[in-house]
Design a protein around this ligand. Structure first.
Ligand code: ADP
Ligand code: 5GP
Length: 185
């Protein structure tokens, strides 16, 4: 049986990395590693969280057709390399990918059997608190991210599922239930 492709989206600071890390501790799945031209942040591990490359290297990959999809988010390139998903899926391994809304739309077209999940904040105030808690960003940057978040939340209804990330454990359990259900259908 083929693996399930699980797409997770949600605004910056909602808890995507936290939920997916917790999911991976409890379940067998491969996390897709994207390429990005953004600078490394605290906690990033090269080739684990992302393949960190320069803007020029990214543009070379676009030119050579090496990417399945890509986008510009917050002035930086992000994209998924071709082949990596199929290799895992064809070997029966579930693949989980954290991508933004444009990427989700593109991946859904290529992989209609994938399941897409959008993480919602309990409120915009909570989202702001989490962005502040994660640190490393200016107040201006936070306001920018909250504006982007509003636009992203508007398209969340087209996703297969929405999960409100209030209690972390409950959100992870909800994700587990969704994947189990999708795999038995
Ligand atoms: P994202 O990957 O969506 O940008 P992170 O996973 O980095 O978000 O989470 C942003 C911050 O919110 C982190 O400090 C994380 O510990 C915290 N966080 C995530 N989920 C919850 C939750 N359910 N309750 C409280 N704090 C949370
Ligand atoms: P961050 O800089 O916070 O790690 O990621 C910024 C945004 O880029 C997040 O919404 C994340 O989901 C998205 N993203 C990460 N990798 C990819 C990718 O390969 N393709 C697309 N379309 N978006 C991505």
């Amino acid at each position: 049986m083929k693996g399930k492709l699980i797409i997770v989206s949600g605004p910056s600071g909602i808890g995507k990395d936290t939920i997916v890390s917790e999911y991976l501790k409890r379940n067998n799945a491969y996390k897709s590693v994207s390429c990005t031209s953004r600078p490394m942040r605290e906690g990033d591990i090269p080739d684990k969280t992302y393949h960190f490359i320069t803007k020029e290297e990214f543009e070379e990959k676009i030119k050579n057709g090496e990417l399945l999809e890509y986008t510009i988010y917050n002035h930086n390139y992000y994209g998924t390399l071709k082949n990596t998903l199929d290799e895992k899926l064809n070997n029966g391994i579930d693949v989980i990918m954290i991508i933004e809304v444009e990427g989700e739309a593109n991946i859904k077209k290529i992989y209609p059997d994938s399941v897409s999940i959008f993480l919602l904040p309990p409120s915009m105030d909570v989202l702001k608190e989490r962005l502040i808690k994660r640190g490393n960003v200016s107040l201006e940057d936070i306001e920018d991210r909250l504006e982007t978040a509003k636009k992203e939340i508007e398209v969340s209804t087209r996703y297969d599922y929405n999960i409100v990330n209030d209690d972390l454990n409950m959100a992870v359990e909800e994700l587990e239930k969704i994947v189990q259900k999708e795999k038995t259908e």
